[in-house]
Design a protein around this ligand. Structure first.
Ligand code: NAD
Length: 370
């Protein structure tokens, strides 16, 4: 056998680890623990966000299960129910929606309708005895927001506004860094959120409470509030509505606005429905600069802290924003805890949105009432 290598199986020493999994199971696989109780969710409105993001995200939830649907299109709703294993008896329309009160499988209602309908369907959901997660912006007017908050208190049910970025690690880390003083005193925040919105779209309709500030600018506004931890006292704003683009017959194409905060921080924000798309913010502090590209998207956040001419990029594990948000609200329901972004949080943004609209009309600074 000259020149050949003879391969023989050698018996291992007693202390050697076994080569094949000892009981035919990979040793590091994590077997999920059963949860004691899950929370049943009804999704109201089967549009783009519900169908493309929210319903698929339930597969990544531990505590939240889709158990009912509310839609004005019965054929679509039945089809969607079959895909998600939802009992066809639990498909409601907008007329019989209130009878959801009698369905013990439903704990939470998620309102994903045009902005002009948020108040009505949230109030009806709370009156039906269910907890409600309502999409941003909370509603079209301050009075509607106040009615929604009052309905939650009266029904003793929780109301949360769907600010998904509060449940994902990049924006949470940015908040922590600002609170811990890593950037020093915050002097300036710049924030941009834009996209190219094609007609027809609920966002282009005034009657449905659309508009760039309501839809995308609210992310800049909310970020300026959560990064500073302060409430803005005054706004200025300029709106652009190109006459040669019929998409903007009712709402502006772009709005630039500034927010003045009590500590002296100024936030300079812009939002648009007519741009290729930028979703970023920068926090300029006395000691460092924090910036996030892709800040407002469903994924793709890049967080960088620049201090003493050195840049540190944060390597965080992204999560599905909607799954994290829904399981968070389910936890609030199960543990009877108040959510991080209750109705009052949505109302604070709506107060600023109304002031921004007034500032675009008058061209003057507008105080934000508290
Ligand atoms: P969409 O137009 O795709 O869906 C709206 C749904 O409402 C449709 O199913 C439609 O049939 C239904 N509807 C009921 N009554 C209606 C009426 N009178 N006019 C028009 N539609 C009516 O919109 P979308 O993109 O799914 O947005 C829905 C809500 O979700 C909005 O409030 C929006 O701001 C919010 N949203 C939030 C995020 C986020 O990241 N949190 C992302 C997208 C949208």
């Amino acid at each position: 056998m000259t020149g050949a290598t003879i391969l023989t199986s050698q018996a291992g020493a007693a202390q050697d680890p076994p080569l094949a999994p000892p009981d035919k199971q990979p040793p590091h696989v994590r077997v999920p623990e059963p949860v004691a109780k899950t929370v049943g969710w009804a999704v109201v409105g089967l549009g783009q966000l519900a169908l493309e993001e929210v319903l698929p995200a339930f597969a990544k939830c531990r505590l939240s299960k889709p158990v009912a649907l509310v839609s004005g299109h019965p054929d679509k709703a039945k089809k969607v129910a079959a895909v998600y294993g939802i009992d066809p008896k639990n498909v409601y329309d907008y007329e019989n929606y209130d009878t959801i009160a009698k369905n013990p499988q439903v704990d939470v209602i998620y309102v994903i309708l045009p902005n002009s309908l948020h108040a009505e369907y949230t109030v009806r959901g709370l009156k039906a005895g269910k907890h409600v997660l309502c999409e941003k912006p909370m509603a079209a007017t301050v009075a509607e927001c106040e009615r929604m908050i009052a309905a939650g208190k009266e029904a003793k049910r929780k109301l949360m506004i769907a600010y998904r970025l509060r449940h994902e690690p990049f924006n949470r880390t940015a908040i922590d860094l600002c609170r811990k003083g890593e950037v020093g005193k915050i002097k300036l925040i710049t924030a941009s959120n834009g996209q190219d919105t094609k007609a027809p779209n609920i966002r282009l309709s005034k009657a449905l409470a659309g508009g760039p500030v309501e839809d995308v600018g609210v992310y800049c506004l909310n970020a300026a509030r959560y990064l500073t931890g302060e409430e803005p006292t005054e706004v200025t704003a300029v709106a652009v509505r190109p006459k040669d683009d019929p998409r903007f017959r009712e709402v502006a194409e772009s709005v630039a606005f500034t927010l003045r905060f009590p500590s002296g921080t100024v936030a300079v924000c812009d939002c648009s429905f007519g741009v290729a798309g930028v979703r970023r913010y920068t926090v300029q502090g006395a000691a460092a600069t924090l910036s996030m590209d892709g800040a407002f998207g469903y994924a793709g956040q890049e967080l960088v802290l620049e201090k003493d001419k050195r840049k540190a990029k944060f390597d965080l594990s992204p999560v599905n924003h909607f799954a994290a948000e829904m399981d968070y609200f389910s936890t609030c329901v199960l543990k009877n805890e108040n959510p991080l972004t209750p109705g009052e949080e949505g109302l604070a943004d709506v107060r600023a949105i109304i002031a921004i609209a007034e500032a675009t009309r008058t061209g003057r600074p507008v105080p934000i009432p508290r």
